[in-house]
Ligand binder design. Structure first.
Ligand SMILES: Nc1ncnc2c1ncn2[C@@H]1O[C@H](COP(=O)(O)OP(=O)(O)OP(=O)(O)O)[C@@H](O)[C@H]1O
Length: 256
């Protein structure tokens, strides 16, 4: 197992946000955490990346206990993050934003930059544009591209679909699938349960700081409780996900 979160408890002051969450991520998987607002999804991700401290429990990554490691050392160990709200540096160019993602590395990263531009042709076109003037979807691409520049083993994604038009959500999700196909493990937090369950291999459902279900994502798409609570009251799903990623490299230039 590549990443194991075991029985973590996290507090904001006296408020218990996570009450014993356990999540496992195997190498090569896309795992998603879904749940209502306030369930603890973002807090789980922040705790894994080191932005929040634990009250108890352990986080093991690549065989090592990283529970007490500072955030930048977790990035160096191979945990990359595209945070909620994207965190793009608004006054820096797209190119410089991407270089910031490689700050933990030494040596040549030209090949990685070329790969990011291949995955996101839009970023290549807009290299010299200021990050803050990019559209919402483009900023999401930039945040993911920047995280990839650290060459992560696991990519942590916090609500990449937030605020984006459906077509842009499709594009971002097909690129995430392609990134995974090329070898990066993904832990995805999503409000958009339908899309997340179509993309992921396995999923955990969080409610008020606890895991209430975990199963293969396809099973949860068919689960009546999950449909009622998170999938628009049983609208169900349509076509199965594209798993070959064939279309993800020549994404048409849509605005969010
Ligand atoms: N900085 C904070 N201070 C106090 N309480 C917080 C803070 N951040 C989160 N919480 C609380 O912790 C709980 C979990 O929040 P979290 O943001 O992890 O949920 P979430 O599942 O990601 O929700 P959303 O989908 O709305 O982002 C909520 O009750 C929230 O109010």
């Amino acid at each position: 197992m590549l990443l194991e979160i075991k029985d973590i408890h996290v507090h904001y002051g006296k408020i218990a946000a996570l009450k014993g969450i356990s999540v496992e991520v195997n190498e090569g998987e896309i795992v998603t955490l879904i749940g209502a607002n306030g369930a603890g999804k973002t807090t789980t991700l922040k705790t894994i990346s080191g932005l929040r401290g634990l009250s108890s429990g352990t986080i093991t990554f690549d065989g090592k206990d990283i529970s007490k490691l500072p955030g930048h050392k977790r990035v160096m160990a191979g945990l990359g993050q595209a945070p909620e709200g994207r965190g793009v540096f608004p006054g820096m160019t797209v190119y410089d934003n991407l270089l910031m993602g490689a700050y933990t590395r030494s040596g040549d990263f030209g090949d990685d930059l070329a790969e990011v531009f291949e995955l996101f042709p839009r970023l290549a076109e807009r290299k010299t544009q200021m990050g803050g003037t990019m559209s919402g979807g483009e900023q999401q691409m930039l945040a993911i591209g920047r995280a990839l520049m650290a060459k992560p083993k696991v990519l942590l994604l916090d609500e990449p679909s937030m605020g984006l038009a459906p077509l842009m959500v499709q594009q971002i999700f097909s690129i995430i699938e392609e990134i995974n196909r090329r070898g990066t493990t993904v832990l995805l937090v999503e409000q958009n349960a339908q899309q997340a369950l179509k993309l992921a291999h396995r999923a955990y459902v969080l409610e008020t700081g606890k895991v209430v279900k975990s199963a293969p994502a396809a099973d949860l798409l068919d689960d009546p409780d999950v449909q009622a609570a998170y999938l628009g009251g049983g609208l169900g799903h349509d076509a199965p996900p594209e798993r070959d990623g064939a279309e993800s490299r020549d994404v048409p230039g849509e605005q969010a």
